[in-house]
Design a protein. Structure first.
Length: 256
């Protein structure tokens, strides 16, 4: 296992022979361990995962009150992003953080090779839902609509008392953060699920405004956590997308 210098980046299965890194950003309430198994199904990439303040390797660090506080942890590791080609992937709230990271790195001259996001509206659109400030009972009703929470946690009062503040903190940022309609100079691919209602089709397709290059959208069968329920199918698609992006980039270099 490897860590970035401030432990916001974790690699569970180092793969130094890989020519590209995939940096993965978790959903609200999630941590790097959400992506622990991905290395097994993405053998051609070295998979790194992000921890936000207040969990796993950053347990004890106060929750971020702004998106910039999370981004700063990653920008402190510019040399990591500069040393090898990389793509970013983010699910739900993680899509916002992944895109924000790519934009900030691009502004510093470090170019992401591809942005992959799922289950979230485009980052320049306002939230149409506000659940993070609801009383616990109502908040849990809304969380149950998303699914994805292990029964062992959902049915354990002490575990829920631990996780609810983490989920609330992330959802608050997800609901209140709206980025300018800026573009990354890299392909951008959006993934969604047929039964997920967290973002409408128009909100998903609005991501097209956030890239100056190729845009793609694919819908899978499932709910909000389709990336877990259909992991093998989803990661086979991710593997193909990464391979296509890197191949097209190599062809562009040869043509030049």
């Amino acid at each position: 296992m490897l860590f970035g210098k401030n432990k916001s980046l974790v690699c569970f299965s180092p793969n130094p022979r890989a020519s590209v890194r995939l940096v993965c950003f978790p959903c609200a309430g999630g941590g790097a361990s959400m992506y622990r198994r991905w290395s097994d199904l993405l053998p051609d990439a070295e998979v790194w995962a992000v921890n936000y303040p207040g969990r796993e390797t950053l347990h004890g660090v106060p929750f971020a009150s702004t998106l910039d506080e999370i981004l700063q942890l990653l920008l402190e590791q510019g040399e990591f992003f500069a040393e090898k080609p990389f793509l970013v992937y983010g699910h739900s709230f993680g899509a916002l953080v992944a895109f924000g990271t790519a934009l900030q790195l691009q502004a510093r001259g470090i170019q992401v090779r591809g942005v992959l996001v799922s289950a979230r509206r485009a980052p320049h659109l306002p939230s149409l839902h506000a659940h993070s400030d609801l009383p616990d009972a109502q908040f849990l009703v809304e969380l149950d609509k998303y699914g994805g929470m292990p029964a062992a946690i959902r049915g354990n009062r002490e575990m829920m008392e631990f996780y609810l503040p983490i989920i609330r903190a992330d959802l608050h940022l997800n609901e209140t953060t709206q980025l300018p309609a800026e573009r990354v100079d890299a392909p951008l691919h959006v993934f969604s699920a047929s039964y997920d209602r967290t973002a409408s089709t128009s909100e998903l397709l609005a991501w097209k405004q956030n890239t100056s290059m190729q845009f793609g959208h694919r819908e899978f069968t499932g709910g909000h956590f389709f990336i877990q329920d259909n992991m093998e199918e989803f990661l086979a698609c991710i593997c193909t997308v990464i391979g296509t992006i890197m191949l097209e980039e190599d062809e562009d270099l040869i043509a030049f």
